[in-house]
Design a protein around this ligand. Structure first.
Ligand SMILES: [Zn+2]
Length: 257
């Protein structure tokens, strides 16, 4: 009898401890392209005044790029000039991802505030170009499980990079070009470089030089989604349509949702 009690007790204890704890799903994190010979040029922190120039230079070289935009950082995404640059680049076939609303360090924010930073930028892209991004690049590359769970909840993957041009950390044009040259001389299979669309030198000096170098070496300059073999935008059974401008197209405290 005692033996049986122990057996029952053991069974109960083991069943309690073997009950799987329901884990939150965590978003996938990509930091490199998957396909050989692909280069996915990414441009963060816009939209800003050079976005249309970057889009046109990419197009001139037969290249596609990816813009990870904020809503309210260097400029407000709803400003008529900014919104029209986003439309221009989107219509040229470039990809848009989210860099969240105000470029805050998501790893320091609460669950609700992480969602708020994500949601506002997604809503802006839905209104301006009628898409909801499937990829989010966390500002500063900083994330934790809270951020990954929030992104998974929103059907998004996280994207980092495997090469930093240094444009946002003080590199001169020649230093950035030398860093790219050093990288290219190793003949990498593919590259996922971080650039920032907010620097004139990135838009007007480094980019045309880089595109020529990549062309000469036979790389395909593609969107992030293409180099990962994934869809660039969420498919939630909803087809978003760009909306006409209304009084919700503002940044700041009045843009409450
Ligand atoms: Zn950034």
């Amino acid at each position: 009898m005692l033996k049986l009690s122990f057996a029952i007790l053991a069974l109960c204890v083991s069943s309690v401890f073997s009950t799987p704890v329901k884990k939150r799903a965590l978003a996938a994190i990509y930091s490199s392209c998957i396909k050989d010979n692909d280069v996915a040029l990414t441009f963060d922190d816009g939209p800003y005044i050079y976005e249309q120039d970057i889009s046109d230079t990419l197009t001139q070289y037969g290249a596609k790029g990816t813009f990870f935009v904020n809503g309210d950082n260097w400029a407000c995404i709803y400003d008529p000039d900014m919104a029209s640059q986003v439309v221009h680049a989107y219509n040229a076939g470039h990809q848009f991802g989210s860099h969240t609303w105000q470029h805050q360090d998501l790893s320091t924010l609460s669950w609700d505030n992480v969602h708020d930073q994500m949601w506002r930028t997604e809503q802006a892209l839905q209104k301006i170009i009628g898409v909801s991004p499937a990829f989010m690049r966390p500002p500063y590359g900083n994330y934790n499980d809270n951020v990954r769970a929030a992104a998974a909840n929103r059907n998004q993957s996280l994207v980092l990079w495997d090469f930093d041009s240094g444009d946002s950390t003080g590199s001169s044009v020649s230093q950035s070009e030398q860093a790219y040259t050093n990288l290219l001389n190793t003949w990498p299979d593919n590259i996922l470089p971080l650039n920032h669309e907010t620097y004139e030198t990135t838009a007007h000096d480094i980019l045309p030089w880089l595109l020529q170098q990549l062309n000469d070496r036979g790389y395909n300059m593609v969107t992030l989604a293409t180099c990962l073999g994934k869809s660039p935008y969420k498919k939630e059974g909803t087809t978003y349509q760009p909306s006409p401008r209304d009084n919700s197209w503002v940044c700041g405290s009045t843009n409450s949702k």
